[in-house]
Design a protein around this ligand. Structure first.
Ligand code: GN1
Ligand code: MG
Length: 371
């Protein structure tokens, strides 16, 4: 047994409806919000793996509601894939393993919420994309995911984090953090704050588009960073969109935005050397070309015109959120070291600057899409 395993998980696992003999469990994953473990069971001679997650209730105020959403979405997708004649469906969408009492979560004595999924085997993830072919396929799977969810006919989905991508609210939170400055960090990040406030106005385009109904509201993923997509280890093709905690109403541009933010960056989200952070135009073209091949049937002209802008916009909102957390003393995102949030924010700002430098060709590419 791995000694790094936290004892709490050993109390939690037996509540889930898993047959066979428990073999081992260890921490896994690198999400910024939930804590994840992987367990192994011996089921009559076959080793089967599960993932267990503690849902961060500081972030998700109503974990049972999150699980209801996930159940509705994964059941819908399973049906969809079945109707499309696809095989290997338990690798194409997540499978929730309920508790013995039928609940989709277990609440431990400390009040923490836990959930379990089948672990999707033989897959890999990327922090930085390696080539244009991967980018094109990544764009396609997110376009397809949105296409699938456009026909969603299950129970109404809850807003698991209200106003999640509302730039106006995110700036209000930044202002508040700045006025309190609980860690006296504001003085050391003047350039970053100046940049974000100077660009506040242009950041409002998506949230205002939703308010004025110039942008349609549909069901979107809202957290399409590239490591939330599992790629098949053998074929290298994207297979499964995971991290469904924030699947809820939004504009498709929230998803293209996060995809652009993470797929076109030549460096990782928390690269300390910002000179390594560049917006990679060939990757952008491949990504959006792939996305557009799936999305052209449902994208309005206005949505299409904002495809590139969505990348800049979601990168900006992440910078605002990361800097806010830095000022608040790192209460939201998991951090590995004290400067982690400001390092992340600087990377986002460097990426926006690199996009700005290449904006003419980016715009020209978007204008020429489909022509
Ligand atoms: C968080 O859970 P994870 O690590 O996929 C965050 C996203 C940010 C992302 C930045 C619920 O995502 O909004 O884009 O970190 N999720 C939540 O890496 O806040
Ligand atoms: Mg997440």
């Amino acid at each position: 047994m791995d000694t790094t395993v936290h004892n709490e998980i050993l109390e939690v696992i037996p509540h889930f409806a898993i047959y066979g003999d428990f073999v081992s469990c260890k921490p896994m994953g690198n999400g910024h919000i939930n804590s994840t473990y992987c367990s192994v069971f011996n089921q009559a001679g076959t080793q089967v793996r599960y993932t267990h997650q503690r849902i961060n209730k500081n972030v998700f105020k109503n974990p049972p509601q999150v699980m209801d959403n996930i159940k509705s979405v994964t059941e819908f997708l399973r049906k969809y894939f079945k109707n499309a004649g696809l095989d290997d469906i338990s690798r194409r969408t997540l499978t929730v393993v309920p508790c013995w009492d039928g609940k989709l979560y277990y609440q431990d004595a400390a009040g923490e919420y836990w959930r379990t999924y089948l672990l999707v085997e033989n897959v890999k993830t990327y922090e930085v994309l390696e080539n244009e072919d991967l980018a094109r396929q990544l764009g396609q799977i997110i376009g397809a995911f949105q296409n699938q969810l456009a026909t969603y006919d299950g129970p109404r989905l809850a807003d698991t984090i209200p106003r999640f991508h509302d730039m106006g609210m995110r700036y209000e939170q930044l202002e508040e953090a700045l006025s309190k400055d609980v860690k006296n960090r504001a003085a050391g990040i003047k350039d970053e704050l100046d940049f974000l406030f100077a660009n506040k106005e242009r950041g409002m385009v998506l949230v205002e588009g939703l308010k004025s109904k110039k942008l349609k509201e549909g069901i979107t993923h809202n957290d399409t960073k590239i490591n939330n997509i599992l790629f098949d280890e053998k074929t290298s093709s994207p297979l499964c969109v995971i991290d469904l905690d924030t699947v809820m109403p939004g504009t498709v541009l929230f998803d293209t935005g996060d995809l652009i933010r993470t797929a076109t960056n030549t460096a990782e989200e928390d690269e300390k050397d910002t000179s390594k952070v560049q917006f990679n135009f060939p990757l952008f073209k491949a990504l959006i070309g792939g996305y557009y091949s799936e999305a052209k049937g449902f994208l309005s002209d206005y949505e299409k015109s904002l495809l590139a802008e969505s990348g800049r916009n979601i990168t900006q909102i992440m910078a605002v959120r990361m800097i806010t957390d830095y000022l608040n003393g790192d209460v939201y995102y998991h951090i590995d070291y004290p400067e982690h949030n400001i390092v992340r924010a600087r990377t986002q700002i460097a990426l926006i600057k690199s996009m700005d430098e290449q904006w003419d060709k980016v715009k020209a590419f978007i204008d020429g899409l489909g022509k």
